[in-house]
Design a protein. Sequence first.
Length: 429
Amino acid sequence: MNDRANHNETVVPILDLDDLSVISPVGRGAKGVAFLVRNHPFGESWALKVILRDFVKRKNPAVTNAKDGSEYKRIWLEQRVLSRFKHPLLPRLHGILSTDKIIAYAIDYCPGRDLNQLRKKQTENMFSQAIIRFYAAELVLALEYLHNSGIAYRDLKPENILIQENGHIMLVDFDLSTELPPPPTPRKSKTTKLPATAARSNSARRKRALSLQLFYKCSSGVMSEQCHQHSMSTVGKSNSFVGTEEYVAPEVIQGYGHDFAVDWWSLGVVMYEMLHGRTPFRGANRKDTFYRILTQPPELAGEPNPMRDLIGKLLVKDPRERITVEGIKSHGFFKGLDWDSVVEVSRPPYIPPGDKKEGNFFNRSIDVESFVERVFSVNGGGEMQKEELIKVGGGSGEQEKNRGGEVEEGENKRENPPPRDDAQNFVVF
């Protein structure tokens, strides 16, 4: 699929809060809160992602110009990236909004929640192979489009895979994405093992030793320059240390520089989780998880089959040996699949029921700015208290499993981040 002709940025409308009915909060992330809103002039339902300016300033205390600072740059990059999308599995940017307190943008609203929540509704919290095949195929198409657009996604995980009203997926949250030169020509997948020689063995041992040295430095809580900008010159690659712990690729931890191949690794992790109900390298803490990612093979229990074979090829630690999009689409797991008709399937595995949220909350008055200020209050350490979250979110207060936090360049993360609250009507994204 070659979509490069459709990647031009479009003029994005400027929105006004007075033109929007804020129906309910539907999710929160590390930097913002998402609301379900209705646009008065057009009667459309959107998801409005709102970011508090004061929170961004606290992350960049020395920054006075809104054009400077890594957090602001990520916000503008995400908006620019969203404005280029013309694909049924990616969100459309409907408009942007800015006040003295917030920065916000409106994208398509997905009533079906996320893939992680859908998985937990399945028997033993696992999908069947047929369902995995469908969602994996759509993820391949979405990632292929992004890569042909020159965008490495870098944060593929079930919480960022939402279910649209028609049952098809939609990737969201592009604040960790980066722009790279698009792949000029298809790379041939490497599916055969190279002969093992003494020279290669010694080289591999030296490389592994250096990787572990970097790993211990990067996971010690001090994100030094060496961690995210290793000495190698990497043309067409990124050196940022970003991702989500359990899904991050080995080359990101190693700091050699990474490219689009990190997304195929994350696809392997997501497919493994859909099959087994858990991620393959989860450890007791961040250091343990990173060590497993760098050194341990995935446990592919069960009879060998095409799906396990594909997962194994996606989870190859050397990105040069990892299967590419051409190899994925021609793999036996997708045998007989008509790639051109995947997004046209009329009956996906799950179609969400009609959303009652608009009717329940339509007359409810929500002050967006005050709400977001409470979520990212200084007294709460940037986290709304559990009781307060239930009160304003209208949820049950069930505790979500700690899946590990996002890893971002220049941040000092705790090894054991606290569990994040997940309420019935308030989704952690």
